[in-house]
Design a protein around this ligand. Structure first.
Ligand SMILES: Nc1nc2c(ncn2[C@@H]2O[C@H](COP(=O)(O)OP(=O)(O)OP(=O)(O)O)[C@@H](O)[C@H]2O)c(=O)[nH]1
Ligand SMILES: [Mg+2]
Length: 359
């Protein structure tokens, strides 16, 4: 008999994170060697790119989707701008069955190892310190939901869920409830899986990705703490934060890392697993504000906001196309009217032509 999925899933939480001392030392050595190499190449950097000149494609990989336009990023910034009625904390739930079931708002959930930066990212997206973030792994212990775009009436447009992290300091009971949520929640539109590339993909990350594929749960990868890839270890984020620029070599290095990630998150479909992660991998920094022309908040955050809007149907770029019923199609002799279908396609064509925007 097929094993119930929830039983296998809970192993991710609780004991799943333990790595041996030897593995830990190996990872540390690997990290040190990468840092030394890139520090050397940084000295020969062809130049530094100021934040204002960064494009979405510098910080992310768009294999299956179109990169956002500057106007898209601006729209995302406006959409998530805090107001008197937004963001709001909607509910906290330790168990799936206690989550209000009758809400109509689309939801997105944030998953990842403990301490990967989920709560900080949600704060950055919402533009307010509404979640508890902490350097101590296991800070978020239950599922917390936040609504954005609310009006006086109290209803929100999109709901974001901050989940307890898997791995270190997690509990298997949390895993069971989260898997119930992922598998049963009708309102869920997309799950974002945060990965800290400086530590790479751990077994627990691979297991959760495998489960998401197996159960056909729509998911997308976000590389968190990208400042740690884009700045040298010694100078940390303050380096580019103060100088408002990032080295071209490090951006290239990030692109290479994103390219390498692809086979992990989109494995060969012939392996029999379900659909992989969306071919759009974003990266961001959620702890320091930068002074880019459009992305006046945090590096890469407006691209994440735009992705959430697309996942929940609030992007508004694709016009409803709807095929006409055969009897209402124009006859050959009649001049073809400017149908919605055609307008929609022309609009999309125009959009593609303008995809050269900056963030
Ligand atoms: N350098 C850097 N640090 C970050 C970033 N995002 C989060 N952090 C730090 O990482 C630590 C963990 O952040 P959290 O947001 O609490 O992580 P979490 O994934 O919610 O952790 P749990 O609730 O334990 O699962 C905190 O010390 C944050 O300040 C980032 O973009 N860059
Ligand atoms: Mg947290």
């Amino acid at each position: 008999m097929r094993k119930p999925p929830l039983l296998s899933a809970h192993r991710l939480y609780g004991t799943g994170s333990r790595i041996s001392q030897q593995q830990h030392q190996q990872q540390k050595r690997c990290l040190q060697s990468t840092t030394t190499k890139s520090q050397t190449s940084d000295r020969k950097a062809p130049g530094r790119i100021i934040f204002d000149d960064l494009k979405p494609t510098d910080l992310a990989a768009y294999w299956d989707t179109e990169p956002p336009l500057q106007s898209d990023l601006q729209a995302a910034q406006r959409f998530f701008a805090p107001s008197r009625h937004s963001p709001v904390k909607l509910f906290s739930a330790a168990q799936f069955r206690t989550i209000p079931g009758d809400s109509k708002e689309p939801e997105v959930a944030f998953l990842g190892r403990s301490n990967v930066g989920k709560s900080s990212l949600i704060n950055a997206i919402l533009g307010e310190d509404i979640c508890y973030a902490s350097g101590t792994p296991g800070r978020t212990k239950i599922m917390n939901a936040f609504g954005i775009g609310g009006t006086k009436g109290g209803e929100s447009k999109i709901v974001l869920l901050d989940m307890p992290g898997y791995g270190k300091a997690s509990q298997s009971a949390q895993g069971v409830e989260i898997m119930k949520y992922l598998q049963k929640r009708k309102q869920l539109r997309r799950t974002y899986v945060l990965i800290d590339l400086l530590h790479g993909f751990k077994d627990t990350d691979n297991q959760i990705l495998s489960l998401l594929r197996k159960y056909g749960i729509s998911h997308q990868i976000i590389i968190s703490k990208v400042d740690r890839i884009l700045s040298s270890k010694s100078k940390k984020l303050t380096d580019f934060h103060v100088q408002r620029a990032v080295s071209g070599v490090r951006l290239e290095r990030l692109q290479k890392l994103l390219e390498d990630v692809r086979s992990t998150v989109q494995p060969d479909p012939s392996m029999g697993e379900g659909p992989g992660a969306l071919g759009e991998i974003l990266s961001c920094c959620a702890t320091r504000k930068v002074n880019a022309a459009v992305d006046k908040s945090y590096l890469g955050i407006n691209a994440v906001r735009w992705s959430i809007m697309k996942a929940t149907g609030f992007d508004g770029t694709i016009q409803p196309v709807g095929l006409k019923a055969p009897e209402s199609l124009p006859s050959d002799s009649e001049p073809e009217p400017e149908s919605k279908h055609r307008t929609g396609r022309l609009r999309l064509k125009g959009l593609r032509a303008r995809r050269e925007s900056k963030i």
